[in-house]
Design a protein around this ligand. Structure first.
Ligand SMILES: [Zn+2]
Length: 480
């Protein structure tokens, strides 16, 4: 069978052979054995040298195999428009193009035809092989770019890919390619999110969930937080803005949330609380975007099946508004650590910052708070307010208001009994992890670039990397 024949019938596929590849194998085997022999005799070479040697020497074999196989795949693709399915006109073959794969560059001969409906020239093989119109990279190399740049600054990503995968991607190309992948991830996220908003879509999500939902009634926990990110939206305009007396605004909010079922909470071997499976949401596009994305993620984690919804946050007012809007049935809980900080503020005001007297004063109140006795804490603060000097009254009054406004969010005693988290530590640690990547010194971002990379990172964390890159199979980066 020659390369130009199509492997269409069963008979043909039974006799299928990568001819050029198979013919070249014996020569390669001989060459590799010779090289291995040399390495074995060199006293200064260890297993690492053998690994490098075999990696390099077998790469060309793999490159040729993938080139030949891809060529066969290209030839089996019917001459139809990959976008609308119309039969293509004026079809010609032999259109050559090179693509970078993880084994090196391959060159394919493709068929081209004109789609009358789309009014475009099409290469159906490119679509079938997962090759993008714009960049000449294989799906595997596209994935490498997306993964490396979402984890590392692009200059480092370039070197790491070259070292670990032996693929050279120029920095500017790598940056562009990762951003393109990120934008595709954003599109996919939008499709997935929209699906949760239709009755049919939500029903499909529910069916998919049935397998993983616990049999017993469960609580769905939602934690929300925000952090600052540095961007160069006023890049190059700093001087102009400063002349006008304006300081260029470069810090912006990034919004994070996490969703998990309480039944997914467990302990690590070292006794630390861990969450076995959970969903993440991150966006730079503002609170409205967060609201939509978070609702969709909550649906995917069992919102419509949960007996209870619990929202935990640090007390920012926009978070409670969001919770009331999207999760009106939810119980709200203020992060215990933040509530304690407010008591400490009163203690320092009354007894001096860092003093033993302040600690002695606050201790019983902290205990009451932990037991969920917010009413008693408020009563004590009101007594203090009645006795206090005018200079201290302002702060104490403010804190009385704070505890009164949040009293219904301070039922820590019940939360502890139910095995619920008392604070929003799980989201705060998530924010820190994102910050590690997105807040390096000297790093500036654009909103579009941010969102694209954050979206990639979130697909990875959510265990949905294979939805972006189907060749990954059942690899799930969120599972240990
Ligand atoms: Zn078409």
């Amino acid at each position: 069978m020659t390369l130009t024949e199509k492997p269409t019938s069963t008979k043909a596929s039974k006799t299928f052979c990568l001819e050029a590849f198979c013919a070249a194998l014996p020569q390669w085997a001989e060459r590799i054995q010779r090289r291995v022999q040399q390495s074995l005799q060199a006293s200064d070479q260890n297993l690492g040298h053998l690994e490098e040697l075999l990696l390099k020497d077998t790469k060309e074999i793999q490159r040729q195999a993938v080139e030949e196989a891809a060529q066969k795949k290209a030839e089996g693709v019917p001459a139809r428009c990959p976008c609308c399915g119309q039969l293509l006109r004026r079809v010609t073959s032999g259109h050559s193009r090179s693509f970078e794969t993880r084994f090196g560059s391959i060159t394919l001969q493709r068929t081209r035809g004109y789609c009358k409906r789309c009014r475009k020239w099409r290469y159906p093989a490119d679509a079938a092989l997962g090759l993008a119109e714009t960049a000449g990279y294989s799906p595997s190399v596209q994935e490498m770019a997306a993964l490396a740049v979402s984890k590392l600054p692009v200059a480092e990503a370039e070197r790491v890919i070259e070292r670990l995968a032996g693929v050279k991607i120029p920095r500017a190309t790598l940056d562009r390619e990762a951003k393109r992948q990120g934008e595709q991830a954003e599109q996919l996220r939008q499709q997935m999110d929209e699906k949760t908003q239709t009755p049919q879509g939500a029903a499909a999500v529910s069916r998919a969930l049935q397998m993983e939902l616990p049999l017993e009634p469960f609580t769905l926990v939602i934690m929300i937080d925000a952090w600052n990110i540095r961007e160069r939206d006023d890049w190059g305009q700093s001087e102009r803005l400063r002349r006008k007396g304006l300081e260029p605004a470069r810090w912006h909010w990034a919004y994070n949330a996490t969703v998990f079922r309480l039944t997914e909470r467990a302990q690590s071997a070292a006794g630390r609380p861990i969450i076995l499976s959970r969903g993440y949401v991150t966006t730079r596009w503002g609170i409205d975007a967060l609201r939509g994305q978070l609702y969709a993620e909550a649906v995917r984690r069992g919102l419509h099946h949960a007996q209870q919804i619990l929202v935990i946050a640090d007390g920012a007012v926009w978070i409670w508004h969001l919770a009331e809007d999207r999760f009106p049935q939810a119980r709200q809980q203020l992060d215990l650590f933040h509530a304690k900080q407010h008591l400490w503020a009163v203690a320092h005001e009354l007894h001096g910052s860092g003093s033993a007297a302040a600690a002695a004063w606050v201790e019983p109140l902290l205990k009451q708070l932990e037991k969920g006795q917010a009413q008693r804490v408020i009563r004590r603060l009101e007594e203090v307010l009645a006795e206090t000097s005018r200079s201290q009254a302002k702060l104490v009054k403010r804190e009385v208001e704070y505890f009164k406004n949040n009293q219904h969010r301070m039922d820590y005693g019940a939360a502890k009994k139910a095995g619920e988290p008392l604070g929003s530590g799980a989201i705060e640690s998530t924010c820190r992890q994102y910050q590690c990547r997105f807040k390096r010194p000297g790093q500036f971002w654009t909103t579009e670039g941010d969102e694209a990379l954050m979206c990639l990172e979130t697909f990875w964390r959510n265990g949905r990397w294979n939805q972006l890159f189907p060749h990954v199979g059942d690899f799930d980066p969120s599972k240990n």
